[in-house]
Design a protein around this ligand. Structure first.
Ligand code: ZN
Ligand code: ZN
Length: 371
């Protein structure tokens, strides 16, 4: 069938919306009519090309939509189901078998290469292949193929008008919330610091509040983001404009050091602050794609004598099927208002949405697809 998709033809090039041909789903594939899709920093990084991803490719990995067609072997969803699309994994390697699919041994291959494991792609332009299957979806398009691994059925009680805001739950939102809830696990009244008040950091902040953390500190370079962080529950905010000693301020606010910190910036100097601001037995988690070869120097004595933990986290250690449903329930109760992070753009304004995200003007752009 013919679909409209935003194609990346060369590194750093603007995305161009074109008519492409999408194959029918294979036995284990699912075709989704995309209602809306989030724009994640990973999409933007791939356009700028720190990752070796070949073009032409259709990016996008925070899709939400409606199942339109299913392959013969698909049992998880049926035509008409409302779905959120999440990250992809192989389902067979030791990590997947240990129920840790975000650490799949084939994570790079199944999410970044833009092809099926047999090397094929479902998209083409005038007979020439265009890479699809980015994060098992390539959702910068009116329609896409995914599989049972990365499709999450939206519960029936979720109102229809919310569907267009659900895509980011499949990546950015679950990454921040999962890092806090599944990994850092702040106990009642403990303090949590979030470095970077973008969508991932804000999700972490809201999650920390939802599970009963006490002092909540947000650190960012953009004052407007800190204002939103306060609205979402931050008890303190710190503007990282170089004029404040962030680590000393956090030590003072928390009375000796924070219990948990989450770095979402992928900047080593900031990650070091996230470690240094912790008190005894503090836990630091970090997410976000650092450049290839990035290193971190730590104070070994401080780490050991204070029993600190440093943990890398992919996709919040979540099982998307259950975790996204939990987040939806919290949102319905007003305890996880992810909708406040989002701003809707038309699909045609995709390059503006990306520019606004990079400039820090929009926390989470969501592209509404034409029907
Ligand atoms: Zn795997
Ligand atoms: Zn993402």
């Amino acid at each position: 069938m013919q679909v409209q998709a935003a194609v990346l033809d060369a590194p750093k090039a603007p995305l161009r919306i074109e008519t492409l041909e999408l194959e029918a789903p294979r036995d284990r594939e699912i075709r989704v009519r995309v209602v809306a899709t989030g724009v994640c920093h990973t999409d933007i990084s791939v356009i700028g090309r720190p990752f070796p991803v070949d073009q032409p490719i259709v990016l996008g990995h925070e899709g939400a939509g409606v199942v339109e067609s299913v392959g013969r072997s698909v049992t998880k969803v049926k035509v008409g189901d409302r779905v959120v699309l999440s990250y992809n994994f192989c389902g067979e390697c030791p990590s997947c078998q240990r129920h840790a699919p975000s650490y799949c041994q084939y994570f790079f291959g199944t999410n970044f290469l833009g092809q099926r494991r047999d090397g094929s792609t479902a998209l083409s332009r005038r007979g020439q292949p265009v890479r699809h299957h980015f994060f098992g979806q390539s959702s910068f398009a009116t329609h896409c193929l995914c599989t049972e691994h990365n499709v999450v059925k939206v519960p029936d009680w979720v109102p229809d008008h919310l569907l267009e805001l659900l895509g980011p739950l499949g990546c950015g939102i679950q990454t921040g919330a999962g890092a806090v809830i599944n990994v850092l696990r702040p106990q009642l009244g403990e303090s949590v610091v979030v470095f970077g008040a973008g969508a991932v950091g804000m999700a972490g902040l809201m999650a920390a509040r939802a599970v009963g953390a006490g002092t909540l500190i947000a650190v960012d370079r953009v004052p407007e983001r800190l204002a939103l962080a306060r609205e979402l529950g931050a008890t303190h905010t710190l503007l990282a404009d170089g004029s404040t000693d962030v680590v000393a301020s956090i030590r003072e606010i928390t009375g000796g050091g924070a219990d948990c910190s989450l770095d979402t910036t992928a900047v080593s100097a900031v990650l070091r602050q996230a470690l240094d601001c912790l008190g005894p037995l503090g836990r630091c988690g970090f997410v976000g794609g650092a450049p290839v070869g990035a290193t971190l120097e730590v104070d070994v004595r401080d780490m050991m004598l204070n029993g600190k933990t440093l943990r890398g986290i992919v996709e919040g250690d979540t099982n998307a099927d259950t975790f996204i449903t939990h987040l939806l329930r919290l949102q319905a109760q007003g305890r996880f208002p992810f909708e406040k992070l989002m701003k809707i753009y038309t699909f045609e304004s995709i390059n503006d949405a990306i520019a606004d995200s990079l400039a820090g003007l929009t926390v989470k752009p969501v592209l509404r697809m034409p029907r």
